[in-house]
Design a protein around this ligand. Structure first.
Ligand code: AMP
Ligand code: ZN
Ligand code: FE
Ligand code: FE
Length: 286
């Protein structure tokens, strides 16, 4: 080996197991090229990519942390929760993820039916071919592009799939308290993903929400994320301290061509290795 110790990490990465562009092993290789010390693969609602990523990480001598990103409901709000360091074989976790996947399929079929009603020719089988694991709107958008129904990914959302668009069907989501409890029972810790994307009307509202999630068992908040500007990074760091939560961070890497495109290892600032040690030492871990 030799060389200086690798001190940076990335705890938010997507692969083809959900809506990322690269296979789990390729994402790990990109992290290795960046010289990262540790990574977590956090695909949406699925842990199917973890074995391949763990294997690749051991080849590249990168420390690997099991991860998942779950969409959860908190009252009328939708949040993304990042689970880390859990046992991927925990039966309750596997069952819950399987039922989320089922719900996704049912919802995707409804979106396709709505698109057909709108005169768009598209079938679910060809959409499913575009994904290995958790199929969602990004895969439908890709198929709409391939069929030249739309000229780009963004147009697929503005014209059809976006939350305000005609083919939007809301997705059922697990309650945040249930999601947090489940990850913790599987031996993991939970971080609130990209708080900058949570719709709130005031700082107080966000603080209240975070306090409530903390009471549900949240251990961390994602301070570093490419969406967060400097003021937000500072603000979320302060919130973490105020509520005795750990900071986490990652690139939310999906591909080199989409909105979050700054690559593996880039989360506005680099995420220090210490943060992983803090996360592990958090009182909520089994
Ligand atoms: P789903 O989990 O199927 O609801 O898909 C959610 C994903 O769709 C998000 O993670 C984004 O990648 C993408 N997405 C949602 N809304 C938009 C939008 N307005 N523009 C571009 N991508 C979007
Ligand atoms: Zn995604
Ligand atoms: Fe997210
Ligand atoms: Fe993500």
């Amino acid at each position: 080996m030799g060389g200086p110790p690798r001190r940076w990490i990335d705890l938010h990465l997507h692969s083809t197991a959900s809506d990322g562009h690269y296979a789990p092993a390729k994402v790990v290789e990109m992290a290795a090229v960046r010289g990262l010390a540790a990574i977590a693969l956090t695909d949406h609602d699925t842990i199917d990519g973890l074995p391949e990523a763990a294997e690749a990480a051991s080849q590249h001598q990168i420390e690997f942390v099991s991860g998942v990103e779950i969409e959860a409901a908190h009252g009328r709000k939708r949040l993304h929760l990042l689970g880390y360091g859990f046992d991927p074989d925990w039966p309750e976790l596997r069952e819950a993820l399987a039922s989320m996947l089922e719900q996704r399929h049912a919802r995707n079929r409804r979106i396709i039916a709505r698109l057909n009603e709108l005169g768009v020719e598209i079938d679910y089988e060809s959409v499913q071919k575009r994904a290995r694991g958790a199929v969602g709107r990004p895969h439908i958008a890709d198929e709409l592009m391939r069929r030249r129904v739309v000229s780009g990914f963004q147009q697929a959302f503005s014209k059809y799939l976006g939350n305000e668009a005609p083919a939007y069907i809301p997705r059922e989501a697990i309650d945040s308290s249930a999601a947090i409890a489940m990850i913790r029972k599987a031996g993991g810790t939970v971080s609130l993903a990209h708080p900058g994307r949570v719709t709130v009307s005031s700082h107080l509202e966000l603080a209240t929400l975070i306090a409530d999630l903390r009471d549900q068992g949240l251990s961390a908040i994602e301070v570093l994320h490419p969406d967060h500007n400097d003021a937000q990074v500072r603000h979320f760091g302060e919130l973490a301290e105020r509520f005795n939560l750990r900071p986490s961070g990652g690139s939310d890497f999906h591909s080199l061509g989409r909105a979050v495109h700054r690559g593996v290892g880039f989360a506005k600032r680099r995420v220090p290795y210490d943060w992983l040690e803090c996360l592990r030492a958090s009182p909520h871990t089994r």
